[in-house]
Design a protein around this ligand. Structure first.
Ligand SMILES: Nc1nc(=O)c2c([nH]1)NC[C@@H]1CN(c3ccc(C(=O)N[C@@H](CCC(=O)O)C(=O)O)cc3)C=[N+]21
Length: 295
């Protein structure tokens, strides 16, 4: 193993421990409600992990399982009931939803003060405006990993590749909030590799296996790989393996620090969900954010 790896698993475990400590000092038990529709096996694995870590951090989790053929109206009704349940601090609707359900309409129903995924229009507006609010989990995890490596990010040139609503756009805004100079690159960017070579912090969030090569990376740059791509690998028993958007073997010798896949950004996403649940529980009660959960 090289010495420039950013151990997302370890940073996530530490964040979960910090969440647990913050919870133990509260007089209430934050509660996360998870809505899971259908029987997608991957979604069930994610949700099981989320629930396990929620409990480990001393919080309560409620699980609402709905059948795959449930109507959109019933999912909306479930969200509305959670919105007004005073015991519920965070609501997570596991995505993707079955094709017959419009996930935008469901997400729009979530009370923004319980929006621990940070996906509602109100949460997005608060982020854009620099107002307090719940930020999306994966981009928050990227910022934490970058700060872990570099400390203060002020003045650093951050290049985010990918303009998705879920990751790229909010990541650009969160790095801007950290006083980075931000470039939001995407599929139409001219001279993409040269733009990336200017980055002190490079955040590929595209979903294209091994797209970023060594010659896209400035020597010593911090590389936060958001991609989680499953590719064929005949040498594995499963027949597949996970790779990021970065050609890891190529990039490792050039990067100053780099996240692996798996074991990089992924575990941070779940840890940030737990953090958001505590932040939501505090904000809803007019309590200050626990000091040890500040970015
Ligand atoms: N409402 C909602 N919020 C989400 O945040 C959300 C969602 N729906 N639907 C699915 C995606 C996916 N997602 C991941 C979280 C952790 C890992 C993770 O920890 N991955 C491990 C590897 C896991 C493996 O081996 O399969 C890693 O990268 O090390 C991956 C993916 C959250 N999502």
């Amino acid at each position: 193993m090289s010495d420039n790896l950013i151990d997302g698993k370890q940073v996530a475990a530490r964040l979960r421990a910090a969440v647990g400590l913050a919870v133990s000092q509260l007089l209430i038990t934050p509660t996360l409600a998870v809505v899971l529709v259908g029987d997608d096996p991957a979604s069930h694995v994610y949700v099981r992990n989320k629930i396990k870590f929620t409990k480990e951090a001393g919080m309560r989790s409620l699980e609402h399982r709905l059948p795959a053929d449930v109507s959109e109206a019933e999912v909306v009704a479930t969200v509305r009931a959670l919105n007004v349940d005073p015991d519920v601090d965070g609501i997570l609707v596991q995505l993707p939803l079955p094709a017959h359900i419009n996930s935008d309409r469901v997400i729009a129903e979530i009370n923004p003060d319980k929006d621990v995924d940070g996906l509602t229009e109100t949460s997005a507006g608060r982020l854009l405006l620099g107002q307090p609010g719940l930020r999306p989990c994966t981009p928050t995890g990227c910022v934490i990993l970058a700060k872990e490596t570099l400390g203060d990010l002020s003045g650093k040139h951050c290049v985010v590749i990918g303009r998705s609503i879920l990751v790229g756009k909010p990541a650009a805004l969160l790095f801007l909030e950290q006083n980075c100079t931000v470039t939001l690159a995407h599929s139409r960017t001219e001279n993409l590799s040269a733009v990336c070579r200017g980055a002190d912090i490079l955040v590929p969030a595209v979903g294209r296996p091994n797209m970023v090569k060594a010659d896209w990376i400035k020597a010593g740059a911090c590389v936060i790989d958001v991609g989680i791509n499953r590719i064929d690998d005949a040498s594995r028993k499963s027949g597949t393996r996970l790779v990021g958007d970065v050609d890891f073997a190529d990039a490792v010798p050039v990067a100053g620090a780099i996240t692996p896949v798996p074991g990089g950004v992924g575990p941070m996403t779940i840890a940030c969900l737990l953090r958001n649940t505590v932040l939501a529980a505090c904000a809803r009660r007019g309590l200050d954010m626990p000091d040890n959960l500040a970015l």
